[in-house]
Design a binder for this molecule. Structure first.
Ligand code: ATP
Ligand code: MG
Length: 559
């Protein structure tokens, strides 16, 4: 786990907590205790990173603690594979739950006990309405709900609830409902369902249970059992807070967690819900959950995102009460910020063409010592070699240049970065008119790329030595969707997949030093962007680099 000592910027949650821990507050003298409660039904995405940052970051800010809890009360679609991945992602982001790792399903017995307690207190009853009837009886803003089983005797409800657990009834035959207020303006309080029958195998409890608690009942109990002081969640739970409080207030438990809601993170040009991300994976629109185009933590990691850049992003977007959509370019901006400072510079030619320095002696090789980072001498230097045949970017030569083109064209001088000034003399083309070789002559007086006579050379291009460069595949990525809001367009969101979201360049030429690149290394390829080895597909025999982000910053402040 990388070190993470940054302190979260202030926000409204901290104002609430400050009140609570002040003298006279509900948690005076107590340690701030939060939790992150993912449902293990998919991989974590950048939206979860925000929640992780809020949950763990808030605890850290107050020298408190944060639990990691798998919210696995729903037996249908959960999987152990996800549990391990979730842990890995949180650790990688730089957060630590210590020894406080829990499963909500471990509390099933206690939850059952609290439900029975509510029945005994006359605060819950077994209802035999089916789903359709339940909807029909729900009422509206001016009409209260109807609930014909509401006044069922306590003993009868207790008996039925026990038999529900024992498996006597089919799915949907009955539910346990809280007895709260059929006329409440908040529909969540109109005798909400607490338990439903579901004869499904659970990934941890197996077939022990055939009744499962509803989120609104289970979550406050989980929080209370763990002694959570502040249960931070997203805005859609705001209208559920009265029910959350009702549950905690009416069961025999000492602790009383406080739920505080904050805005969900949305990012444009992508989708965020696990259901949609799973569709992309299952229908092979992407190569997997960790496809570098995915907004998942593992996808971003494979793409080359650093934990620091993601933390910085989640901190800078802030925590508020208003849902908003953040520009994808801002996430990229945060990555660029980190890599600009920390990535080693290197040269790579992505679409190569040969440049032959016709007046340079055959067989001769020169070495140039170049710095790995222009502003950070601590990052050291490396050797690049120069000889008669180089590779340059095909786009750095034009036989007939457009106006203001300052790179190679016949008669023009260009700086071969850190090496020499060369003057273009022409090119050779194949039968189809494609340029296959470019020719130039170098000026021996300009070693290091300097002009002793002070003459101006406008263009500087990157290059590699054809004699010792290494070949690699390079993958360039763009937005996964062509429109900012793929979910709100006509038809399916998958209709808006960007066919150019992945461009694979098969035969790129990289400077020799990159043959030793490690999977944790980050590079700035001069003029091309920031790159890293692909953690899945790259091997020493076949290097594969991902472009993490281009150099051009399209993020505009104040947008
Ligand atoms: P999804 O809709 O993507 O499946 P979810 O809310 O069902 O998301 P959970 O695993 O239940 O996913 O979420 C765990 C925690 O992460 C919850 O507290 C939830 O509020 C939070 N969370 C999920 N998505 C976002 C988001 N986009 N922004 C901020 N927090 C989020
Ligand atoms: Mg969920």
């Amino acid at each position: 786990m990388e070190e993470n000592k940054e302190v979260m910027s202030g926000n409204f949650i901290h104002t609430f907590i400050d009140e609570d821990i002040a003298e006279g507050g509900a948690y005076y003298g107590k340690k701030v205790h939060t939790r992150f409660p993912p449902e293990p039904n998919g991989y974590l995405h950048i939206g979860h990173a925000k929640a992780i940052f809020v949950d763990f970051g808030t605890a850290m800010k107050y020298n408190g603690i944060c639990n990691l809890r798998m919210d696995d009360t729903n037996p249908t679609k959960e999987d152990v594979e996800y549990v391990d991945a979730i842990k890995e992602d949180i650790k990688w982001l730089g957060f630590d739950w210590g020894d406080r790792f829990y499963y909500a399903s471990d509390y099933f017995e206690q939850m059952y006990g609290y439900a029975a307690e509510l029945i005994k207190k006359g605060l819950a009853y077994v209802c035999e309405l089916n789903g359709e009837q339940m909807r029909e009886y729900r009422g509206d803003l001016t009409t209260p709900a109807k609930s014909p089983y509401r006044d069922r005797p306590v003993e009868e409800s207790l008996d039925l609830f026990k038999r529900m657990r024992e498996g006597e009834f089919e799915d949907g035959a009955m539910t346990l409902r809280a007895k709260i207020d059929l006329a409440s303006g908040n529909f969540n309080m109109r005798d909400p369902v607490l338990y439903r029958i579901n004869h499904k195998h659970h990934h941890r409890t197996g077939d022990k249970w055939c009744i499962y608690p509803m989120y609104d009942f289970a979550h406050p109990i989980e929080d209370a059992i763990e002694g959570i002081t502040h249960s931070l969640c997203t805005l859609e739970f705001e209208a559920h807070r009265p029910l959350y409080d009702w549950v905690v207030d009416n069961i025999s438990i000492d602790s009383k967690p406080r739920q505080i809601e904050f805005a969900r993170l949305g990012i444009n040009n992508t989708v965020m819900s696990k259901r949609k991300l799973r569709k992309l994976v299952e229908e092979n629109y992407v190569s997997g959950w960790d496809d570098p185009r995915m907004p998942t933590i593992c996808g971003l990691r494979r793409r080359g995102y650093t934990p620091k850049s993601i933390r910085s992003f989640t901190d800078q977007i802030g925590v508020s009460k208003v849902n908003s959509v953040v520009e994808y370019s801002f996430l990229e901006h945060c990555l660029r910020d980190d890599l600009n400072e920390n990535a080693a510079r290197a040269m790579a030619v992505l679409e190569p063409v040969k440049l032959i320095i016709t007046n340079y002696p055959e067989g001769k090789t020169e070495e140039f010592e170049v710095e790995n980072h222009p502003q950070n001498p601590d990052m050291g230097t490396r050797t690049v070699t120069f000889s008669r045949e180089l590779y340059i970017e095909a786009s750095d030569f034009m036989e007939e240049p457009f106006k203001k083109y300052q790179r190679l064209y016949p008669g023009n001088e260009v700086r071969i970065k850190s090496a020499y000034i060369v003057k273009c003399t022409g090119c050779k083309k194949d039968d189809d008119g494609n340029v296959v070789e470019v020719y130039a002559e170098y000026d021996p007086e300009t070693r290091g790329g300097n002009t002793p006579d002070g003459r101006k050379v406008r263009g500087t291009i990157h290059w590699v030595n054809a004699a010792d460069c290494v070949s690699a595949e390079v993958r360039l990525y763009d937005n996964l969707f062509t429109v900012p809001e793929p979910e709100s367009g006509e038809g399916e969101f998958t209709d808006y997949i960007n066919p150019e979201s992945l461009v694979v360049l098969k035969d790129c030429k990289l400077e020799k030093s990159l043959a030793d690149a490690q999977k944790t290394d980050r590079f700035q390829f001069m003029r091309q962007g920031y790159f890293c080895l692909d953690t899945v597909d790259s091997t020493p025999d076949k290097l594969v680099f991902n472009r993490s982000v281009s150099l051009k910053d399209s993020f505009k402040k104040g947008k």
